[in-house]
Design a protein around this ligand. Structure first.
Ligand SMILES: *[C@@H]1O[C@H](CO)[C@@H](O)[C@H](O)[C@H]1NC(C)=O
Ligand SMILES: *[C@@H]1O[C@H](CO)[C@@H](O)[C@H](O)[C@H]1NC(C)=O
Ligand SMILES: *[C@@H]1O[C@H](CO)[C@@H](O)[C@H](O)[C@H]1NC(C)=O
Ligand SMILES: *[C@@H]1O[C@H](CO)[C@@H](O)[C@H](O)[C@H]1NC(C)=O
Length: 184
């Protein structure tokens, strides 16, 4: 009865289009550049403590010299946890996002010198430790680009805080080269 009413068909068509739009909106990936953030979403990665992370592409005393063409928007952030001079507060990169999945992309290397490519990162969601990524140096100085150091596709929908911490108290010297964070 309702469907035989011409307006009903239009309504049904409209509903389907609207529903499809909602489903697509729920599945969109948003990329946050390490440096430029995401201007549409007005999101930025926050680095702590101040000055402890360097913009890698313009850093003259950083040991990692990377191929900017393989890096999202040509920019990355570089920090080193020094075991013989540990920072007084954690070397962190944080992002607040509204989503159900997160993908954290770094550049990793197992180089033994210049830089000392030891990876030792710990990840937190809403203040709770949810994972880590460790990869010791083995002398292979290859850089691996777009390397997902942390992936979580089972986050309850809503607003969340994510934090990456480089190095650990009592741990070895550790390098982090952050390229971008994607969330869905
Ligand atoms: C988002 O990106 C990840 C990998 O970068 C991919 O596995 C996933 O399917 C993407 N999701 C959507 C909705 O495009
Ligand atoms: C990419 O970099 C340019 C500057 O080189 C900047 O203006 C732009 O906002 C960046 N885009 C993204 C998506 O980060
Ligand atoms: C890293 O995470 C695993 C679980 O995925 C845990 O068993 C391990 O203790 C963690 N390692 C460190 C050094 O925190
Ligand atoms: C993903 O996030 C949820 C919610 O914070 C957490 O319970 C779960 O352990 C995380 N899974 C992974 C693989 O990190």
């Amino acid at each position: 009865m309702l469907l035989s009413w011409p307006g009903g068909r239009i309504f049904t068509l409209f509903s389907c289009t609207f529903f499809a739009t909602l489903v697509n909106a729920a599945l969109v990936n948003v990329t946050i550049d390490d440096t430029f953030g995401n201007t549409q979403e007005n999101l930025q990665i926050i680095y702590q403590p101040p000055g402890a992370w360097s913009p890698g592409q313009s850093c003259t005393n950083c040991e990692a010299h990377l191929d900017a063409t393989q890096i999202y928007n040509g920019t990355w952030h570089d920090t080193t946890y020094l075991s013989d001079n540990p920072p007084s507060s954690p070397l962190s990169a944080s992002l607040t996002f509204d989503g159900v999945a997160i993908y954290v992309y770094c550049i990793v290397t197992q180089s033994s010198t210049d830089p000392f490519g030891n990876s030792d990162m710990t990840f937190y969601l809403d203040g709770v430790e949810v994972g880590n990524f460790t990869l010791p140096p083995d002398g292979d100085s290859t850089y691996h680009y777009n390397f997902p150091v942390y992936v979580n596709e089972s986050i309850p929908s809503g607003k969340h805080s994510f934090m990456l911490v480089n190095g650990r108290a009592g741990g070895q010297t550790a390098l982090a080269l952050l390229d971008s964070i994607v969330f869905s």
